[in-house]
Structure formats: structure tokens, C-alpha cells
Design a protein around this ligand. Structure first.
Ligand SMILES: NC(=O)c1ccc[n+]([C@@H]2O[C@H](COP(=O)([O-])OP(=O)(O)OC[C@H]3O[C@@H](n4cnc5c(N)ncnc54)[C@H](O)[C@@H]3O)[C@@H](O)[C@H]2O)c1
Length: 425
């Protein structure tokens, strides 16, 4: 059997490695710099939660011997026919791209690579990086020639947390290579590894651009929904009803408004275009509109409560979205900032995080002892645990800001509390 190294065993890499190791075609080595991740993976245990099917797949691969993990990426690469890279590229506070993790991974690949290896990048990247930044660096370190001695592919990871295993086989895999031969190798690899439909594009740069374009599409459309929701509020029109009615014909795909856009994809990848020279326009503006929603939500709370000085506000959900333990660019952090600027005392509840983990974000972890003090509640991430949230246990709460338009307005109003959604009055 051929051997595949998956570099990065995070939320995406571990499920990917587990699926490939169960394909029947490959032995998989999972390489990660985090010793704890490697240690648990080498016991057949997943460190990722809420990912249906992952625990079983990983355990099965471990038990049958088609999966093992290591911190020694270079050595794993030296034993592999295919290397798949899925470590993050981030954006810094100033909007500049942070290549720290992936550059380190590429150094290791350069040290370990042998003739004939296919290296595929799956991490979302600015167009041109696979060839010009990473391909060149691997050539420099290894002394091997791209296109003849080793092959390069790019195939974006487009899955959604909580249904990664399902998405890996359901979505067509966009594939590309540095030349025709590489493309054929990439196609053949994914056909066997994921048993999914394959969608080849003409070069690495097109595949890279496609993934960023998908994220930008979401950001811009959410910004449109947010802008319309704010306007609908000013007219007393219910945006939820508008979306339902408008989307009843096939040319309208209005997205859902909300208190903000978080995570390490949608609010991050627009900067991959912006940083490469995309002129000021819709993409820039959408970032501003979406990041402004936290302030808009806090304005709504203030309008009903009056001054927020010393008011006790509870935010439900630290995660950037429901049922995922991930805080990158979470709107909870923007909300907490805006509330604190106005003198409010901010408590955060999140069933996916311990009190210590919450306190690390300079907010107060919510506990039962504070229940009677709470003046307002903001729903930020609609975790399953909040589906039957006991709003009736908060005797002094005067309003609920439903930042995801998910709560039962009537039930809240029946408790004598004011209800506000985003574009829903
Ligand atoms: N999370 C998502 O919802 C999502 C969705 C689609 C695509 N993606 C893509 O997947 C990439 C990875 O995301 P993730 O959520 O799995 O990240 P993650 O933070 O959960 O995991 C990254 C893993 O890489 C490891 N790592 C970092 N640098 C390394 C190095 N030099 N060598 C070896 N291991 C290293 C870390 O220890 C960590 O375990 C993202 O950058 C993005 O491009 C993510």
C-alpha cells in the first residue's frame, strides 16, 4: 500500500487522515507538532469533539494499523508517496498574512521529501502561494526539481465543522496540479482516498482563487443581509419573513443576518484578496459591515435598558458559531468589547468551555450564583444546549437580544422581557 502523510491533525486534518486511512488504499501517518495531539491519536482517540463518525473511523484505522501519528514530519515525509498539508495560514491584527505554521511545515517537507513524491496543499491560500512560495522553498531545501523530481497539487478543503466526514465524500473535490502529470496524480489520489467526484481546474492558482472566492461570496452576502436587516429594523419590517418570502423564487438567495461573522474562514480569507491588491470595493466594505454588527446589537440593548453602566449582561456562546469549539474572530469578543466600553459587566456562558477557558478572554464566566443579577441576555452562538434555555430563571432580565434570530419571541415576551432580533423587532 502507498503511504500518505497528513501534516496537521487539527479539526480538519484529523478527520481527513481518518477517512484516508479507512479507504483501503493507503497507510496514513499523521504528523503534528503538538505532542498531546500525537499522543492521543496514537491511542486511536480523537481530540476533536462533535464530529460525527470521526471517533469510529480513527479507532478503526488505529486498530487495523493503517494509521499512526508522529511529531517528526520530515521522517514521515521521507517514508511517503503523498503528502497532504492542512495546517493553518492566519491573518494578523493588521490584516497581514501569518505564514508561521505552514512555513515551518514546508521546511520539514523540504528536508524529508524524496524523488517522486506528490505534495498537495489543502490549506486555504492566497493565489500563487502553492507554486511560488512553497514549491520554490521545497526545491531550495531538497535540491529536487519541481515538475520532474516531485509533484505539486492544490485542492482546497471546503468542509463544514460538525459534518466533515459527510462533506468529504459529498462535495466534488476541486483539484489542480503544477503540470498535466501532477494533475493526473492528484486526481487518482483523491478518487481512491475519498471516493468522491473530482472537479479538475486548469492550474494551481485557479483552485486557490476558487476557495477564497467562496468565502468572499459568503461574507459579501451576509453583509448584504445585515445591511438590509438594519434598514428593515428602521422601518419595523421583519427581515426573517422577508427572506422566507424572497427566497421562494430561484434567483434570490438572501443570506441570514446576525450579530457578526466569526471563525477562521469567512472573516479571514477576504484579506487574502485584499493583501494581494484587490482594490477597495465590496469585499472591503463587507468586512466593515459585518464587524459593525456587534456595535449595532449593543446599541439595541442600550436603547431598551438605558445606560449600560454597571448593567450585568450575559452573552450566550463564546464560540464563533453553534456547536463548534472555536473562538477565532468570535462575535462574542467584539460584543464583550463594545459592552465593556459602555461600562457594562460582561458574563459569558458556553457549555463547550470551562470557566478557566472563558476567563482567559478577559470576561467573567457565568455561574448560577449570578442568575438573579442579569439585566439582559444576548444570544451569540445557538448551541444545541440553548434550544431550551431557561429564560424564566432570570427574574431581573429585562431584554433578550437574539443575535441569531433563533429564539421564540412570544415565549420571551410572555415572561415580561423585551425581545429584539437582528432585523426582527
Ligand atoms: N476549521 C474549519 O472549519 C475549516 C474549514 C475548511 C477549511 N479549513 C482549512 O483547514 C486549515 C486547518 O484548519 P483546522 O481547523 O484543522 O486548524 P487547527 O488549528 O484545528 O489545527 C491545525 C493543526 O496543525 C498543527 N500544526 C501547526 N503547525 C504545524 C507544523 N508546522 N507542523 C505540523 N503540525 C502543525 C497544529 O498543532 C494543529 O493540530 C485552515 O487553515 C483552513 O485552511 C478549515
Amino acid at each position: 500500500m502507498e503511504t500518505v502523510t497528513v501534516v496537521g491533525l487539527g479539526k480538519i486534518g484529523l478527520p481527513l487522515a481518518a477517512v484516508i486511512a479507512n479507504s483501503g488504499y493507503f497507510n496514513v501517518i499523521g504528523a503534528d507538532r503538538n505532542e498531546k495531539v500525537v499522543e492521543t491519536a496514537n491511542k486511536g482517540i480523537s481530540h476533536i469533539q462533535n464530529e460525527p463518525g470521526l471517533e469510529e473511523l480513527l479507532y478503526n484505522a488505529w486498530k487495523t494499523g493503517t494509521f499512526r501519528a508522529t511529531t517528526d514530519t520530515a521522517k514521515a515525509v521521507s517514508q511517503s508517496d503523498v503528502v497532504v498539508v492542512i495546517v493553518p495560514v492566519l491573518v494578523k491584527e493588521d490584516g497581514k498574512i501569518n505564514y508561521e505554521f505552514i512555513d515551518a511545515a514546508v521546511e520539514d517537507i523540504g528536508k524529508g521529501i524524496r524523488k517522486g513524491t506528490l505534495v498537495i496543499f489543502e490549506t486555504t491560500l492566497p493565489a500563487g502561494d502553492t507554486r511560488n512560495r512553497f514549491g520554490k522553498r521545497i526545491e531550495e531545501i531538497s535540491g529536487l526539481q519541481l515538475g520532474t523530481d516531485f509533484h505539486l497539487g492544490y485542492s482546497p478543503e471546503r468542509v463544514y465543522s460538525n459534518r466533515i466526514i459527510q462533506d468529504l465524500s459529498n462535495y466534488p473535490k476541486i483539484v489542480s496540479g503544477d503540470n498535466e502529470k501532477s494533475l493526473e496524480l492528484v486526481k487518482s489520489f483523491y478518487k481512491r482516498a475519498l471516493n468522491c467526484d473530482i472537479l479538475p481546474v486548469s492550474n494551481l492558482e485557479t483552485a486557490e482563487f476558487t476557495k477564497v472566492a467562496e468565502s468572499v461570496y459568503r461574507d459579501v452576502n451576509i453583509a448584504l443581509a445585515n445591511e438590509l436587516a438594519v434598514f428593515a429594523d428602521s422601518l419595523g419590517v421583519n427581515m426573517k419573513e422577508v427572506i422566507h418570502a424572497a427566497n421562494s423564487q430561484p434567483f434570490s438567495h438572501l443570506h441570514y443576518p446576525g450579530v457578526g461573522v466569526g471563525g477562521h474562514c469567512i472573516p479571514v480569507y477576504p484579506y487574502f484578496f485584499i493583501n494581494k491588491g484587490l482594490k477597495k470595493g465590496l469585499v472591503h466594505l463587507s468586512r466593515e459591515v459585518n464587524d459593525h454588527m456587534a456595535k449595532y446589537a449593543v446599541d439595541q440593548v442600550e436603547r431598551i435598558l438605558g445606560s449600560l453602566q454597571d448593567q450585568n449582561i450575559l452573552i450566550l456562546g463564546l464560540s464563533f458559531r453553534e456547536n463548534v469549539k472555536e473562538t477565532t474572530k468570535s462575535s462574542a469578543l467584539l460584543l464583550a468589547d463594545k459592552l465593556k466600553q459602555r461600562g457594562a459587566i460582561v458574563y459569558v456562558d458556553d457549555p463547550l468551555y470551562s470557566s478557566e477557558e472563558i476567563a482567559a478572554f478577559q470576561v467573567l464566566p457565568y455561574s448560577e450564583a449570578i442568575r438573579e443579577k442579569i439585566d439582559a441576555i444576548i444570544l451569540q452562538a445557538f448551541h444545541d444546549q440553548y434550544k431550551n434555555f431557561p429564560f424564566d430563571h432570570f427574574p431581573n432580565c429585562r431584554m433578550v437580544l437574539d443575535g441569531r434570530n433563533q429564539l421564540d419571541k412570544k415565549k420571551i415576551e410572555d415572561l415580561g422581557m423585551k425581545y429584539r432580533g437582528i432585523g426582527v423587532q
